[in-house]
Each structure stands twice: as C-alpha cells, then as structure tokens.
Design a protein around this ligand. Sequence first.
Ligand SMILES: NC(=O)c1ccc[n+]([C@@H]2O[C@H](COP(=O)([O-])OP(=O)(O)OC[C@H]3O[C@@H](n4cnc5c(N)ncnc54)[C@H](O)[C@@H]3O)[C@@H](O)[C@H]2O)c1
Length: 382
Amino acid sequence: MDDIRVAVVGLGPRALGTWIPLLQRIPGFRITALCDPIKALHERALAQLTTQEDVTTYERYGDVLAADDVDAVALTVRSEHQGGMAADALEAGKHVHAEVPAAHSIEDCWRIVDAVERTGLTYQLAEQTRFWGFVDAWRDLVAQGRLGHVTYAEGQYFHYHLGGMFQDPRTGTLLGPDRLGEYPDAKPTWVQRMPPIHYLPHELSPLLKVLDDRVVEVVGMGTGQPSKANPDVAQPDLQVALMRTAKGTVMRLAASFANPHPDGSWHWYQVLGTNGRVEWNRGLRDKPRMWLADGQMHDLAEVDWRYERTDAPREARGSGHGDADFYTHVAFRDAVLDGRQPAFDVYRAMDTAAPAILAAKSIAQGSVPLAVPDFQRHKENP
Ligand SMILES: NC(=O)c1ccc[n+]([C@@H]2O[C@H](COP(=O)([O-])OP(=O)(O)OC[C@H]3O[C@@H](n4cnc5c(N)ncnc54)[C@H](O)[C@@H]3O)[C@@H](O)[C@H]2O)c1
C-alpha cells in the first residue's frame, strides 16, 4: 500500500479545521471520500481539498463502508454511536482512526476490542495530549521514583462550549442558546446531550500514561440539569468522578461544558506522591510547578514545562493542540503501513473510555461505585 485511502466521516469543525488539512499535509494519506448526513457540509469540506479528483461524497455511512476505494475511516463524528461506528468500520474491513471519546457505552468498547482482535486491523484513538512534552517529563519522574508512590492524581476538562450546543439540521451551523431565535429548527447536539464526564480522554489518557496504570473502580457525582449557568442547556454544569487505580492511586477527574470558565486554559492536572508533587498551571499566565520532598526545596518551584515537545520535528509545529495533533496521525499511518497496532493500542484506548462511561452510569444510579472491565487482561487472553 503506497498511500492509505481515507474516508473522513463527520464534517464538523474538527474535520474541517484539523483533520482534512493534516491528512493532506502528512505524507502517506489520500482522501478518497467525505461523509456527513448534512449535505451542505460537503461543499465546505470539498473546498478544503487541494484536489477533488477521485473524491466521492456520501450522506450515508453504510455506503462509505461498502466503498472499495476506502482503506481507513477517519471518524470525526460527534455522536453517541461513534463507538459502534468504529466497530462497524473494522467489521467492514476498514482501519479506524477515531476521534475522542472512543465510545459512549461499555458494549461498544467491547465491540471495538472484539473487532480488532478478529480482524487484526489497526484501531487508533486520536487522543493527542498523551504526546505532550510535560506528560513524558512527568511519566519519567514517576518511573524513576522521584515522586515516590503516587497517592493522588487530578485531571479536569473545563471547556465553556456553548457555541456547540445546538445545530441547524439544514445548514449544519453550530450555535449557542443565544442564537436559537435565529435558528428555530436547531436541535441539541451530542455535546449537550452527552453526560459531561464522558469527555475525559484528554485527562485520563495522559494521566494513565504518567502513572502506567489503569482504573479499577469509579464513583461519580454531578450537579443536576438543566445548567444553572445557562438554563436553555439541558446538561449539568459539572460532573466529577473519583477513581481508584490498580496500583493504588486515588484520582479525581472532572468535566464541564456549561459552566463559565476562562477560555484556553481548559486542562488542569496534578500528581502527588509520597516524595513530591507536580502540577499544571492554573491559568494562561501561570507556570507549572514541582516540589520534591528530598530536594532541599522549601516551596514549589516553577518549571517551564509546556505542551510543545522540545524534540518536536519541524513538521509537527502548528499542527494543533501544542503540536500534538501531528503525532497521532503519524502513529496511525505507521501502524497501518506496518500492519500492526499502535503503541496506544485498543486496550489502552478503552482504558480511557470505560471509566468515564461508568462514572456517568454511577451518577445515574445515585453515585454507586462501579468496577471497570480489565481490557489489559483481555489483551493477554483474547
Ligand atoms: N481531539 C481533540 O482535541 C478534539 C477537539 C475537538 C473535537 N474533537 C472530537 O471530534 C469529533 C468532532 O467534533 P466537532 O466539533 O467537529 O463535532 P460536530 O458535532 O460539530 O461535527 C460532527 C459532524 O458529524 C456529523 N455526523 C454525526 N453523525 C454522523 C454519521 N452517522 N455519519 C456521518 N456524519 C455524522 C454531524 O452531522 C456533524 O456535522 C467529536 O467526537 C469530538 O469529541 C476532538
């Protein structure tokens, strides 16, 4: 295979703003199909292509899966069915590079695992924050024992995202509650219908990489709906989960889309061990910090850790999210061309999706603790 022939499925801002430009910039990919049920979005996507030759547009996903000139599906949909759609593609013989979160039900997590095991096709979750520079620095500190035994870790994703809460079905225009008068037919999108705690991939994926661990138990809690900050939004302002890992770390994870929050500082992380602590910056003008109990340090010290890697290749620069969007596409391409699974394999991907799904289930059941399936054990014994 020279180039991987890709169908981009779901033509919203993520596909148009990042995936289509990157798939044309990174060698090894050729876009042969575009798909979205909203036909008005086809023109916008086609206009992004340097060549429209041999590119077919589809409204129905099933037709993409039947197409002979598609080797891989780039799944950039926002849908409760996205996990099932990934499994459908694998079962139809297509490799899958899927946007986060991987799935919205435990059944779909297992369907994806089963499909990869049965077909041997490549599945990559496009979770890119795990490639950030500071994530590798923190992982090394933990692996070298500099922080001691990690007792506690925190991650939160607070993204005030009102502008993606509704969509006009005819034009595909995304809008917030302030524009409902202008678009009376607009419908709530999955951003609004999704339990916010489902959106933890950018927190769980890097933290589990730092800890080299998996979540075994989860309990959730949340504010009620509708949002108190925005009563037109039928979503809780905030949901929180406590998680216990296999190595004995307690984690607090939180997510919010409807509660006002400063723009741009969406992520926050902290890792606390018996011998020290690292934490991410609280705001855009703040700096990350570190303290080591055996380091003759009387207070936390600022460290210039960044999202951007110091060893980033030139091609990664400006690809999005602190250069990280580049790495997931390259990892997917190399895995497909080598006929193998990526380092961030399907089991690790489901380790980031399942605890979030179960946190929402815990909230729905009155905050009962729930056990998380052991995908890693399945890897040893498919
Ligand atoms: N990794 C990141 O940093 C990052 C950033 C933004 C968004 N995302 C993810 O990217 C995805 C897309 O985000 P977005 O903001 O563009 O979403 P969006 O809702 O604006 O657009 C998604 C598009 O998918 C289409 N779609 C829905 N169901 C479909 C189906 N069955 N077949 C084909 N198309 C379908 C919708 O019509 C819509 O046009 C989401 O899963 C989101 O979580 C990831």
